[in-house]
Design a binder for this molecule. Structure first.
Ligand SMILES: NC(=O)c1ccc[n+]([C@@H]2O[C@H](COP(=O)([O-])OP(=O)(O)OC[C@H]3O[C@@H](n4cnc5c(N)ncnc54)[C@H](O)[C@@H]3O)[C@@H](O)[C@H]2O)c1
Length: 429
C-alpha cells in the first residue's frame, strides 16, 4: 500500500518511521506535503535508506498534483486540527482513503464537509485513537464486557495534565479555540472516544463549565515574571521562568521549529501567560448517554501530577483505574518526576476489593502506538481485533460531538442536546 503524509511536524514522524522501517515490507511512503519547506526537506532527509529528497515532496498548492503523480492509496493527515477537514475531503474526493490524526476536525461545518464527502465517495477514514490500544485501557473494555461489575450506570473520569505537558497546549496553535476547538475537542476527543467505546454508546446531552484560570498574565505577575516577552527564545525573564521552552537547547526542537521559523513565522515557544489565549485550562463536563449511562468529567491543565483516574459505577460493583503518567514533552520544569504507575481495582458488592494485574505494553502512550501502527499498516500480521479498536469517521464524529456540545454549553450556560445540534446543522449520523 502506498501512503502520502500531509503535515511534517512533530507527530508525522511516528507514521513516517512506521511505514519506512517497522512495516516497510507492507507499506511504502511515496510523498510528503507541507507548507514549510524546511520541515518538508528535513523529513524527507530522515526517510531511512534515502539521501536528501529521496521521497517526493510537495507544497499544499500541489496536493492534487501529488495525488496524480504518486498515486497514494491512503493520505495521512497530520496538519494542525483546524486544517484536517480540507485534506480529508480533498483526499477522499481524489479517490484515496484517509488516516487522520485526532481530533477528526474542530467544528460542525467542517464535520459536515467530511461526512458529506465520505457519504459521496464511500472512502474509508480512520481516526488514530491510539488511547484505545493502550493495553491497560483495552483491559478495561475487556473487564466491562465480562460483566464483572454489571451494567455501567455512571462514570467519574478526571484527566490531569501537569505543568509541563499541560503548559505545552498554551504555546502554539492549540491555544486558539478556532484552531483546535479548545482542549475539550483537541485533547478530550481521546477521552470521550474512550468512554463511547467502553460504554458502547454515544452522547445524548452535554452540560459544561470551564474557564481559563492559570495560564494568564495575572499568574505570571504573581510568579514575579513581569517584563516577559512574547516568546521564550528572546524573553528577558526566561531564565527565571519554570515554564520556559528552550528551543535552541534541544536538537530536535531546534531542527523542527527554530530553524524553520524564517519560512512561516511559526513560533513553537510563545509565552504560556500571554493575554490572547482563547481556550480554557479547567473544564467540567456532564454527559448523558443514549444507553442511560452518565459521565462526570474533569480536565485540568496545570495539575501537580500527570495522569488519569476513572471510576465506573456498575449494578454489581465498581471498577477503578488510575494511571500516573510520565509524558515526554519538552519545555518547562518537572518537579521530581514520578515513575509510571497503573492500578486497576474491582470491588464487587459483598466481596473485598481486589487489584487486577494491569496489562502492560512497550512504547509511546502506555504501549498503544506500536499496536495501533501494526493494525494500520500491517493488519494481516496482527491477531483479529476482538475489541473493535479501529475507528471510522463515525467514531471520529461522536468523539468530537461531546466537546463541541460542551463548548456550546459553556458559552450558552444551557445543556446541549446533541440530536438538536445535529439537526440544526444539517447533520445525521
Ligand atoms: N494522537 C496523539 O497522541 C497525538 C499526539 C500529537 C499530535 N497529534 C495530532 O497531530 C497533528 C499534528 O500535531 P503536531 O504536534 O505534529 O503539530 P505541528 O505544528 O508540529 O505540525 C503540523 C505541520 O503541519 C504543517 N502545516 C501547517 N499548515 C499546513 C498546510 N496548510 N498544509 C500543509 N501543511 C501544513 C506545519 O508546517 C507543520 O509542519 C494534530 O492534529 C495533533 O492533534 C496527535
Amino acid at each position: 500500500m502506498k501512503y502520502a503524509i500531509v503535515g511534517t511536524g512533530a507527530r508525522h514522524a511516528m507514521f513516517r518511521d512506521a511505514i519506512t522501517t517497522t512495516h516497510g515490507h507492507a507499506a511504502e511512503l511515496v510523498a510528503l506535503c507541507d507548507i514549510n519547506d524546511h520541515r518538508l526537506a528535513l523529513s524527507a532527509s530522515r526517510v531511512p535508506g534515502q539521501t536528501g529528497n529521496g521521497v517526493a515532496t510537495y507544497r499544499p498548492e500541489q496536493f492534487a498534483q501529488m495525488i496524480a503523480e504518486q498515486k497514494p492509496d491512503t493520505v495521512i493527515v497530520t496538519v494542525p486540527d483546524y486544517l484536517h477537514h480540507a485534506y480529508i475531503v480533498a483526499a477522499m474526493r481524489a479517490g484515496c482513503n484517509v488516516i487522520t490524526e485526532k481530533p477528526m476536525t474542530t467544528d460542525l461545518p467542517r464535520l459536515k464537509d467530511i461526512l458529506d464527502a465520505q457519504n459521496e465517495t464511500g472512502k474509508r477514514v480512520s481516526v488514530t485513537f491510539n488511547y484505545r490500544y493502550t493495553p491497560a485501557r483495552t483491559q478495561i473494555k475487556d473487564l466491562l464486557a465480562s460483566g464483572v461489575i454489571g451494567d455501567v450506570v455512571a462514570v467519574d473520569f478526571s484527566w490531569h495534565l501537569d505543568r509541563v505537558h499541560g503548559a505545552d497546549y498554551f504555546r502554539r496553535w492549540h491555544r486558539e479555540k478556532d484552531k483546535s476547538g479548545g482542549l475539550l475537542v483537541h485533547k478530550s476527543t481521546h477521552h470521550f472516544d474512550l468512554v463511547n467505546w467502553w460504554l458502547g454508546s454515544v452522547p445524548q446531552s452535554v452540560s459544561a463549565r470551564g474557564r481559563l484560570a492559570f495560564y494568564t498574565p495575572q499568574t505570571a505577575d504573581r510568579l514575579g515574571l513581569s517584563g516577559r516577552g512574547a516568546r521564550c527564545h528572546d524573553c528577558p525573564v526566561a531564565h527565571r521562568c519554570d515554564f520556559r521552552m528552550e528551543l535552541e537547547a534541544d536538537e530536535n526542537l531546534r531542527a523542527l521549529y527554530l530553524d524553520a521559523e524564517q519560512h512561516d513565522g511559526y513560533h513553537r515557544d510563545r509565552c504560556v501567560f500571554a493575554d490572547d489565549i482563547t481556550i480554557e485550562d479547567t473544564m467540567q463536563v456532564g454527559v448523558a448517554y443514549r444507553n442511560g449511562a452518565m459521565l462526570n468529567y474533569t480536565l485540568c491543565a496545570y495539575s501537580p501530577w500527570e495522569g488519569l483516574e476513572i471510576r465506573f459505577h456498575g449494578t454489581r460493583g465498581e471498577l477503578t483505574h488510575k494511571h500516573v503518567e510520565v509524558h515526554g514533552v519538552f519545555g518547562g520544569r518537572r518537579e521530581a518526576p514520578a515513575g509510571e504507575a497503573m492500578t486497576t481495582r474491582i470491588h464487587v458488592a459483598g466481596e473485598p476489593p481486589r487489584s487486577v494485574e494491569v496489562w502492560a505494553g512497550e512504547g509511546d502512550h502506555g504501549g498503544a502506538d506500536p499496536i495501533m501502527l501494526g493494525y494500520l499498516f500491517d493488519p494481516q500480521a496482527m491477531p483479529a481485533d476482538r475489541y473493535g479498536r479501529s475507528s471510522t469517521h463515525l467514531d471520529g464524529a461522536w468523539s468530537i460531538l461531546t466537546g463541541i456540545a460542551a463548548n456550546k454549553a459553556m458559552s450558552s450556560g444551557q445543556t446541549t442536546n446533541i440530536a438538536t445540534l445535529l439537526e440544526e446543522n444539517g447533520l445525521s449520523l
